[in-house]
Design a binder for this molecule. Structure first.
Ligand SMILES: N[C@@H](CCC(=O)N[C@@H](CS)C(=O)NCC(=O)O)C(=O)O
Length: 231
């Protein structure tokens, strides 16, 4: 049985997995799960992932959730270039350092900003809770300045862990893209991150834009302004 991958390209961790599979040339069978249509709540998908979230993989009967675990598993089980997840223990630990950090930073704040500024007002037809959005924006901006100044060493580092792209960069950029749909363009507001995104895009082309096609469509269509139930 082929490697089955359950995903929705609206989902940041799904895009990171998709991008890795494409760029590392790992064959897989696409199993699209339309979150906007609630397909993740259907019985068929609940059997695959009782947590009812994407991404998930099924590798010949071995099911795995959680994007970080999936990226590590794929990098270890497939014959991929060493730069993605270094064999050297210390270099690998530096990738892990970001993978652990991002859960309560890039992932949390970029996703929460997007959710409260755009997704929930759109899907649930409710007004934007400006106080909540301002709180998440403040936390997100703190996190973005840490990415610029610490992870990217004020632009002196090309990628999160040094000169070569790794799975950490895929997760980072896919999360950093999400606030753009809510009208906050991380890359133009933070030029060091903008230049970094260009390096990641170049290292993964043409798959980066392919993975972000739906993000671009939504960004251009709504310009960050939620419209009731139109997504
Ligand atoms: N920690 C998980 C997060 C998975 C997750 O939150 N997926 C979201 C999309 S980005 C989802 O499926 N949400 C559906 C829901 O919560 O109803 C990972 O990194 O894979």
């Amino acid at each position: 049985m082929a490697l089955r991958v359950y995903y929705d390209l609206m989902s940041q961790p799904s895009r990171a997995i998709y991008l890795f599979l494409k760029v590392a040339n790992i064959p897989f069978e696409s199993c699209l799960v339309k979150l906007r249509e609630g397909e993740h709540f259907q019985d068929e998908f609940t059997k695959v992932n009782p947590f009812r979230k994407v991404p998930v993989i099924d590798d010949n009967g071995f099911k795995l959730t959680e994007s970080v675990a999936i990226l590590r598993y794929l990098a270890r089980s497939r014959n991929v270039e060493d730069n993605w997840y270094k064999a050297d223990l210390q270099l690998q630990a530096k990738v892990d350092e970001y993978l652990e950090w991002q859960h309560l930073n890039t992932r949390l704040f970029c996703a929460m900003y997007f959710r409260h500024k755009f997704l929930e007002p759109m899907m649930l037809q409710k007004p934007v809770d400006e106080k909540k959005v301002a709180r998440f924006q403040k936390e997100m901006e703190k996190c973005l300045s840490e990415i610029e100044n610490i992870w990217l060493d004020s632009g002196k580092k090309n990628f999160i862990t040094g000169d070569k792209i790794s799975i950490a960069d895929l997760l980072a950029c896919c999360e950093l893209e999400q606030p753009g749909m809510a009208g906050y363009d991380v890359f133009s507001k933070h030029p060091i991150i903008g230049a970094y995104r260009e390096r990641v895009r170049k290292a993964t082309e043409p798959h980066y834009e392919e993975a972000h096609k739906i993000v671009r469509i939504i960004t251009n269509k709504f310009k960050g302004v939620p419209q009731a139930n139109k997504l």
